[in-house]
Design a binder for this molecule. Structure first.
Ligand SMILES: Cc1cc2nc3c(=O)[nH]c(=O)nc-3n(C[C@H](O)[C@H](O)[C@H](O)COP(=O)(O)OP(=O)(O)OC[C@H]3O[C@@H](n4cnc5c(N)ncnc54)[C@H](O)[C@@H]3O)c2cc1C
Ligand code: SF4
Length: 517
């Protein structure tokens, strides 16, 4: 089979799904190729055992580490990609993240565009993904051309208490930006029911602003948009000169199919986009498509993340906990010369998910059952920037499989942020030794596998010798090839990457509309 489209988009997650949405009204013929299927709506969506203990929605993919040892990456192949499971914490990068920042392990390089260049796209992205927030509370945030489209999600009583105690302690807690369709002023008609099954779970009632619900589903009736599921792109073919992609090769239901697009946009996630390019080597591109710079697959980043449970004597009966953030340690402080990162809340612990990992007994209450621990738990998510290092990279073997070589950077900053959190907890009545690692949220024992925040591998820039993509995310070496997922990040900052991927897809979409006009 060979069919021609104006645009072929590979992957339907934050980048690809949003790009399809941005282009759909143009009437151009768009083909969206997604290797996964629609995620089923079933009670298991909101059950911690299948989701966290059994890993029901983690794809049965096999990647290999630098020693050739196989592991199962925590990736999600569905319409909507990783956003089906994401926590919908939709942060903008800070303005300083777009410049060069010095870290303990080296330099976080400047982007070729500034925060001001991205600001209009962040505003559009927040409108599209219905982000709830309250500008002006977080001292590190950048200029906003418009307020958040929705009021911040309110804190429940225990979190409000924490927020008040933090403010009394001199910190600057803020309402975290959340992409959930919650209408607190009109709860009977709110799509979101404010439940405890959001962060790391699919939303059973389709009220999370994920790429399937926000971007792809609204296009299903468009006559000019075709979505093919179960369509795994295996390689791209080019003309003899290597300047134009002429064929998108797909494996679907065990068959080989080839599609053509005047424009081809890869958005398969940072590792898989690199995989497709590397597996598309040909005579004109012997080291992989668009890889004359040898940068494809390099500079893989994944954030240094810690999931933490702190225990207090008071019960924490919060249902939706992800409402608070702290950026007091995002950059250097007067006591520490390096940036440390972001602190935010995680979805609330429950005994069922904890049972999957059997946490160590606490000195605080050795007699407590897991239910007691879960009832008193307050859950935190710490993110420290991870630097783009050329040696941290995706390669493929002769069978086309992903090999991931990765060592964390900025560990000292990550440890310092954890230490700062313990000090913070002392201010809010939770002593430092009442803190546990919450491993079930992401399997921290296999750091390679925890690739939820994967980025890098095809960075954008102005110099073809050191970057894969130009500032419009077009491959320097190929005239009709774009990469529109988190691969383009030259650095990752220390906030969740989703909103930046979405904003960039809208930006690139606008460029493509101009190009095709
Ligand atoms: C548990 C979890 C929690 C998270 N929480 C947050 C959060 O709170 N806030 C935030 O900002 N970010 C969060 N993230 C990260 C966020 O979801 C990702 O940064 C974002 O989805 C990346 O977008 P992307 O387009 O690069 O990739 P994805 O959204 O993963 O999309 C890639 C798509 O490509 C498809 N694909 C892959 N290979 C192929 C192929 N060969 N052919 C065809 N299709 C292919 C995949 O199936 C997938 O649909 C979280 C992620 C996880 C897993
Ligand atoms: S909190 Fe709202 S958006 Fe999140 S899973 Fe529950 S109903 Fe869905």
């Amino acid at each position: 089979m060979s069919e021609n489209y104006d645009v072929v988009i590979i992957g339907s997650g934050a980048g690809g799904g949003t790009l399809a949405y941005a282009l759909a009204d143009s009437g151009k013929r768009i083909l969206l190729l997604e290797r996964g299927d629609f995620l089923p709506r079933e009670l298991d969506n909101w059950d911690p055992k299948p989701v966290f203990v059994d890993g029901k929605y983690i794809s049965a993919d096999t990647w290999y580490d630098q020693d050739g040892k196989a592991f199962q990456p925590q990736v999600h192949y569905f319409v909507g990609g990783a956003t089906k499971l994401y926590g919908a914490a939709l942060y903008r990068l800070r303005p300083k993240d777009f410049g060069e920042l010095k870290h303990v392990s080296g330099i976080s390089p400047a982007w070729p565009l500034s925060y001001d260049d991205f600001e209009p796209w962040y505003s559009k992205a927040e409108r599209l993904y219905q982000v709830h927030g309250n500008g002006g509370e977080d001292p590190t945030e950048g200029y906003r051309s418009e307020p958040y489209p929705w009021p911040a999600v309110s804190h429940e009583a225990r979190i409000q208490e924490l927020c008040d105690d933090l403010a009394k302690g001199g910190y600057h807690p803020f309402h975290a930006p959340c992409g959930i369709m919650l209408d607190e002023a009109n709860r009977p008609n709110s799509s979101c029911i404010r439940c405890a099954w959001c962060d790391g779970y699919p939303c059973l009632v389709h009220a999370k602003a994920d790429a399937e619900v926000i971007a792809v589903r609204p296009l299903l009736d468009y006559p000019n948009v075709t979505l093919l599921t179960g369509a795994e792109v295996t390689k791209l073919e080019t003309d003899d000169a290597g300047r134009t992609v002429t064929g998108v090769v797909v494996s679907r239901h065990g068959q080989r199919e080839v599609y053509q697009g005047d424009i081809v946009a890869i958005s398969a996630g940072a590792a898989n986009s690199a995989k497709i390019l590397l597996n598309s080597a040909n005579d004109s591109h012997p080291h992989g498509l668009a890889n004359g710079s040898d940068q494809v697959g390099r500079n893989y980043m994944a954030h240094n993340c810690k999931a933490i449970v702190s225990l207090s004597k008071e019960k924490n009966d919060t249902v939706y906990q992800k409402t608070l953030g702290i950026n007091d340690f995002y950059f250097a402080t007067k006591d520490y010369q390096w940036p440390m990162g972001n602190i935010q809340m995680l979805g609330k612990s429950n005994a069922e998910a904890m049972r999957g990992e059997q946490p160590e007994k606490t000195m605080f209450a050795p007699e407590w059952t897991l239910s007691d621990v879960a009832e008193h738990a307050v859950d935190w998510w710490l993110t420290t920037e991870d630097l783009p290092v050329p040696e941290n990279r995706v390669t493929t073997d002769k069978d086309g499989n992903v090999h991931l070589t990765y060592s964390s950077t900025n560990i000292e900053e990550e440890d310092r942020l954890y230490a700062e959190l313990k000090v913070v907890l002392n201010h809010v009545g939770m002593a430092a030794h009442h803190v546990l690692r919450k491993k079930f949220y992401m399997d921290m024992d296999v750091p390679l596998a925890a690739c939820a925040h994967q980025a890098g591998t095809c960075r954008f820039g102005t110099d073809p010798a050191t970057s894969v993509l130009d500032v419009n995310c077009k491959a320097h070496e190929v005239d009709n090839l774009y990469v529109v997922d988190t691969s383009f990040f030259p650095s990752i900052g220390a906030v969740n990457p989703g909103l930046t991927a979405i904003a960039n897809a809208l930006r690139v979409g606008d460029h493509l509309l101009g190009r095709m006009a």
